[in-house]
Write a protein that binds this ligand. Structure first.
Ligand SMILES: Nc1ncnc2c1ncn2[C@@H]1O[C@H](COP(=O)(O)OP(=O)(O)OP(=O)(O)O)[C@@H](O)[C@H]1O
Ligand SMILES: [Mg+2]
Length: 348
């Protein structure tokens, strides 16, 4: 195969690829390979370009055995670390020099790596979250069988704690299942027509007992007349329940949680008709360092307080997925000592 033909062939490979012949020089490289490694690499010894030992080994071995090898090439594209899977294949009749040449193809597997890292983190988080209440339950069972066996007062108290811990596990499993359901439907657009003011009013009503216990005043300000949109009413109810509940739980010291509905024909964020629902509290607020990560699963700004209040850290992750499904946006503004405002923007 002539060098021109080889160059053309390598250029047609839709990912970084290069050819090294038996003189150990790079005899062809496509644009992606040049972008990844360096511009003038054709003609150079491969080991001066590819300096990672495992890559050098794989290429040397492929040239030596005239067989396939496989390795990883680690890089950084300026924004993040990237991982490439490198496949080396031997081609007997290729190259000007006797004996053929090897083709190395670099496949970007960064997203695969990230996904498997996320899965590992997720499993570790879930196990950790379940383990804490489970350990408590097991401890109390031991105590009830032994030292507290005949102590009626202690037994009552321990059973209460056990019920709380079991509830926490139950809530966690419920939240995980609901997150799973929301994620699996994320691409299915909701079709149901619903009226938002009524939905918010009934959500607020069901949270009234919680608010009264926490000494928090709940209020709703909505436009006169119906606010209609296409959505999933159960899911939107869950969104506002989570936001208002957070306002009561974490911002309750401010004494109020306000819900404000604003409907407009041309929303700046949605570039079209949309409705904004703001959930505002006057509590301690959230430090700016936490804001970008609030909707991550299990992320808590104040983990001690959240756990104490029975939170699973999944509430806002569920909120985000439901809003995504509705093609909406979630915004958070918060100032320490002043309070927090979550805004849900939904297209109409
Ligand atoms: N209005 C708020 N004021 C202050 N902090 C808040 C507010 N809302 C949320 N947070 C912080 O964000 C974290 C994440 O909230 P999220 O609703 O996802 O989890 P959670 O409330 O801990 O658990 P869950 O909602 O599953 O019971 C909370 O732990 C809390 O630290
Ligand atoms: Mg919550």
């Amino acid at each position: 195969m002539s060098d021109d033909l080889l160059a053309e062939f390598v250029d047609a490979i839709p990912m970084p690829a290069l050819v090294v012949d038996q003189t150990e020089r790079i005899i062809a490289a496509n644009t992606d390979a040049k972008a990844l490694l360096a511009q003038n690499i054709v003609g150079r010894h491969f080991a001066t370009i590819l300096r990672q030992p495992q890559v050098i080994d794989a290429i040397e071995q492929s040239l030596h055995t005239k067989g396939p090898t496989k390795t990883r090439h680690l890089s950084n594209d300026g924004a993040q670390d990237t991982t490439f899977e490198v496949e080396c294949r031997y081609m007997n009749g290729v190259g000007a020099v006797e004996g053929g040449a090897m083709l190395a193809i670099f496949q970007d597997v960064t997203h695969v790596e990230q996904a498997s890292q996320m899965r590992r983190d997720f499993v570790a988080n879930v196990s950790h979250e379940l383990k804490t209440p489970l350990t408590a339950l097991m401890g109390f069972i031991e105590t009830l069988r032994g030292p507290a066996r005949d102590d009626a007062v202690a037994r009552e108290r321990f059973l209460q704690i056990m019920a709380d811990e079991a509830n926490r596990m139950n809530r966690l499993v419920g939240d995980l299942l609901s997150l799973n359901r929301v994620e699996s439907e994320e691409r299915v657009r909701p079709k149901e027509q619903l009226e938002l003011s009524g939905l918010l009013q009934s959500t607020l009503n069901s949270l009234r007992p919680l608010a009264e216990d926490a000494d928090v005043e709940l209020s709703l300000t909505a436009p006169e007349g119906p606010v209609s949109l296409a959505g999933d009413s159960d899911q939107l109810r869950q969104v506002f329940t989570n936001l208002i509940e957070n306002g009561i739980k974490y911002g309750g010291s401010g004494g109020s949680v306000e819900v404000i509905v604003i409907s407009s024909e041309r929303d700046t964020a949605m570039r079209g008709p949309a409705v904004r629902v703001q959930v505002i509290d006057k509590g301690p607020g959230i430090d700016a360092v936490h804001l970008p990560r609030l909707t991550e699963r299990f992320y808590r700004a104040d983990s001690h307080r959240s756990r104490q209040l029975g939170g699973t850290g999944l509430g806002l992750a569920i909120v985000k997925h439901i809003i995504n499904r509705h093609r909406g946006r979630l915004r958070v503004e918060s100032e320490l000592g002043k309070g927090t405002a979550f805004t849900v923007i939904l297209p109409r």
